[in-house]
Design a protein around this ligand. Structure first.
Ligand code: MYA
Length: 423
C-alpha cells in the first residue's frame, strides 16, 4: 500500500501503473492530442462525468476528408458474400497479433456478421479504403450503435471495432483518417460519443483489464507455443491439472431458448447494475447477442439455469479463432461473455454465496466449452471475475485490454475489476 501512495491514483485505477509499457508522453500522440479524449496527467476525478466537446450537426462536414491519390473511400456491403470475404481476408492477414507475432485473430464471416450487424447497424458504418486501380480493400473501420451506462448516466455511442490497415500501408497516418471518418459519420447521425477497446495504450483508458487464460486442451496449447511447461513440471501433470468432468453439475442448467429472452434481459439489467460501466440490453439486443443463428456456424453459446419455472442464472461464451501463424492451423478460443445470477442481486449480497455460485457456473461453462472443442477459455479481470479466476485455474496472460470512451470524461473505473472484489 505504501508503494501505491507515490503513484498517480488515476493511473493505478486504470492499470497503467502496471501495464504502461507502451505509453508515450502526451505530446508524442500527434493525433490523439487533437481529439476530445482525456489526457494523461490531468486528474479527472474532481470533475463531473460528461462530454468533453459539444457540437452541432450543422458544423459537421458533409463529405469525407479526401484520401491520398490512388485510394478511395467505399462502404462495404457485408450482406454480399464476396465483399464479406474481402473484409475477412484483410483482417485474417493484417489484424491484431500478440506481441511475439505467434497468433493472429481469425474472425470468420459468421463472427464478423454477429459483431458488425447488431441491432441498429447501418452499412455506412462499414467503412473501407480501396486502391483505385486494383480495387483491393486495404483498410477498414466499423461501428455499431450501443446504449452505454457510465455510473448514473446512459448515452448512445458508436462502438468502434475492426480498425485495420494493410501491413504495406502502415505508418502513413491512415488510421487517424479512418477514425475521423467514423467520427464524422457518427456525428451526422447525432452520435457524439465513442466506445472502443485496444491492446495499446492511448490517451486515456477509462479502465484496463488483464487477460486470463484457462487451458482446456493443454497438449495443443503447449504444442503451438501458447502454454510453456512450467519449470519442474511434466506434461502429464499439466494435462491432469486441467482435466474436467464430462458432465455439468448445476441443477436446472440448459441452453438458452428464444422464450428466455425477457427473463435474461431482466436478470442482466439487475445484475449489471453492480458495475460502474455497462451496456444496456433490450430484447432485440439480447436476441442478437445471445441466441445462436440457425443454419450458420455457431458463434455464441448461451445457457440459463431454470428452477421452478424461474430463470435464476445466465452465462454465455463466444468463440473467436486465432491463427497459429507458423503452421496455418487455428486455435479455438472461447471468451467468457455476459453472465448474471440472482446470487449477486439485491441490497445485501452474500459474497461467499456469490463466489460459490459463480465458481459452479464457470466450471460448467468450462465443461461446455471443452465439449464444443475449444482449446482455451479466456476471461478478463472485469465484472466479478476475480471471484473465480484463481479457483477455476485461469492464469494471468501477457495481454491487457484498455477500455476507452471518446468525447466523454469519466473518472477512472477501478482496475477493471469490481472494486468490491479486488484481485
Ligand atoms: S483496436 C484494433 C486495432 N487494429 C489492430 O491492431 C490491427 C493491426 N494494426 C493495424 O492495422 C494498424 O497498426 C492500425 C494503426 C490500423 C492499428 N486505436 O496510420 P498510422 C494511433 C486507435 O500511421 P498504423 C480497434 O479496432 C497511433 O497512436 N489509435 O498507424 C478499435 C497514432 O496516433 P498518435 C491507434 O500502424 C479502434 C496513429 O494511430 C491504434 O499504420 C478504435 C498512427 O497512425 C488503435 N488501435 O495503423 C479507434 N493504433 O500519433 C478509435 C495506433 O496520436 C475510435 N493508433 O500516437 C475512436 C472513436 C470514434 C467514434 C466517435 C463517435 C463520435
Amino acid at each position: 500500500a505504501s508503494l501505491l501512495k507515490d503513484m498517480n491514483l488515476a493511473d493505478i485505477m486504470t492499470g497503467l501503473a502496471a501495464s504502461g509499457k507502451n505509453a508515450k508522453d502526451m505530446g508524442a500522440y500527434k493525433f490523439w492530442q487533437t481529439q476530445p479524449v482525456p489526457k494523461f496527467g490531468e486528474d479527472g476525478s474532481k470533475v463531473d462525468d460528461g462530454p468533453l466537446k459539444i457540437q452541432k450537426i450543422d458544423d459537421i462536414d458533409r463529405e469525407p476528408q479526401p484520401l491520398v491519390a490512388g485510394f478511395e473511400w467505399v462502404t462495404v456491403d457485408l450482406m454480399d458474400d464476396e465483399e464479406m470475404k474481402e473484409v475477412y481476408e484483410l483482417l485474417n492477414g493484417h489484424y491484431v497479433e500478440d506481441d511475439e507475432a505467434m497468433f493472429r485473430f481469425n474472425y470468420i464471416p459468421e463472427v464478423l456478421r454477429w459483431a458488425m450487424m447488431a441491432p441498429g447497424w447501418q452499412r455506412k458504418y462499414h467503412i473501407g479504403v480501396r486502391a483505385s486501380q486494383s480495387r483491393k480493400l486495404v483498410a477498414f473501420i466499423s461501428a455499431i450503435p450501443v446504449r452505454i451506462r457510465v455510473r448514473d448516466k446512459t448515452f448512445t455511442s458508436s462502438e468502434v471495432n475492426f480498425l485495420c490497415v494493410h501491413k504495406k500501408l502502415r505508418g502513413k497516418r491512415l488510421a487517424p483518417v479512418l477514425i475521423k471518418e467514423v467520427t464524422r459519420v457518427s456525428n451526422l447521425d447525432g452520435v457524439w460519443q465513442g466506445l472502443y477497446t485496444a491492446g495499446v495504450v492511448l490517451p486515456r483508458p477509462v479502465s484496463t483489464c488483464r487477460y486470463y487464460h484457462r487451458a482446456l486442451n493443454w497438449k495443443r496449447l503447449h504444442a503451438c507455443g501458447f502454454s510453456p511447461l512450467p519449470a519442474g513440471s511434466k506434461p502429464e501433470y499439466q494435462v491432469r491439472r486441467y482435466a474436467l468432468p464430462d458432465n455439468t453439475a448445476t441443477r436446472g442448467l440448459r441452453e438458452m431458448q428464444d422464450g428466455d429472452v425477457d427473463a435474461v434481459v431482466g436478470l442482466l439489467k439487475r445484475y449489471l447494475a453492480r458495475y460502474d460501466m455497462a451496456p444496456e440490453f433490450a430484447a432485440p439486443e439480447a436476441r442478437h447477442w445471445f441466441l445462436p443463428k440457425k443454419d450458420s456456424k455457431q458463434v455464441i453459446w448461451p445457457y440459463v439455469v431454470e428452477e421452478n419455472g424461474k430463470v435464476t442464472d445466465f452465462f454465455s461464451f463466444f468463440c473467436v479463432e486465432s491463427s497459429i501463424i507458423k503452421n496455418n492451423d487455428v486455435l479455438r478460443v472461447a471468451y467468457l461473455f455476459y453472465y448474471a445470477t440472482e446470487a449477486g442481486i439485491g441490497e445485501a449480497v452474500d459474497k461467499p454465496a456469490l463466489k460459490q455460485r459463480l465458481n459452479a457456473l464457470v466450471k460448467d461453462a468450462l465443461i461446455l466449452a471443452k465439449r464444443a472443442k475449444m482449446d482455451v477459455f479466456n476471461a478478463l479481470s472485469l465484472m466479478d471475475n476475480a471471484l473465480f479466476l484463481e479457483q477455476q485455474k485461469f492464469g494471468g496472460g501477457d495481454g491487457h485490454l484498455h477500455y476507452y470512451l471518446f468525447n466523454y470524461r469519466a473518472s477512472p473505473i477501478p482496475g477493471g475489476v469490481n472494486a468490491k472484489n479486488e484481485l
